[in-house]
Design a binder for this molecule. Sequence first.
Ligand code: MLT
Length: 255
Amino acid sequence: MRIDCYLTPNDVDDLALRERTAVVIDVLRASTSIVTALGNGAKEVIPATTVESATKISANLGGDVALLAGERNGRMVPGFDLGNSPSEFTGGKIHGRSIIFTSTNGSQAIAKARYAQELAVCAFINMSAVVQLIVGRPRPFAVVCSGKEGGFSLEDTVCAGMLISRVAESLGDDVSLSDAAVAAVTLHKALGRGLLKMMKNSEHGRFLEEIGFGDDLKLCAQIDTVPVVPLLDAGVLRLKRAEARIELVTQSMNR
Ligand code: MLT
């Protein structure tokens, strides 16, 4: 199995993804928040690239069923219901609701990777569930790191490295890694034992601490606390198909 890693969304070759599974990562904080929202019972997450398009979708859906969530410059967009702290997406607030979500980098990366045969969202908090999903089907996959404003980001690449090394470990000799995938694995080997420390040293982690969201780093640095995989289906992220597949994989592994 060929494993690629795009270190920034600008590197993504949209059409090359058509035959592949794309795994989008924005550890701080979009992918962690999306996984948390669906893990806590949100009906769906609808990613939007701009505040304007998010607001338009919300108006079409009706404010009583949909919540507007996301950030610009790390802070909640004025008029939105929720920001982009994973701690905001509690069951009490979001259970059964559609969440229209827009963020500076994460939702742009999802849009960039939307032509993939299948698109999954990954963070440290759902790592093993994503590994199971990938290992359960023989299709080349590419990791898309959301990065920061078009550039490289440390925490996304370390997360990509953890995913790639776990998949490679499970599949043994059957994998062939691109140079960027090898680089991500190497970075994870160097920094993966202290995820919180790595995030605190990262540019975006330092920014989030500066603006008062330091506690979010602790949530984003946890591993396997929310074992679900958001999958994009007709422009909407939901859990349903992933759960069914994961269950099948688990059953066959237990046999
Ligand atoms: C993003 O998508 O750019 C991030 O999730 C930013 C943030 O930390 O809110």
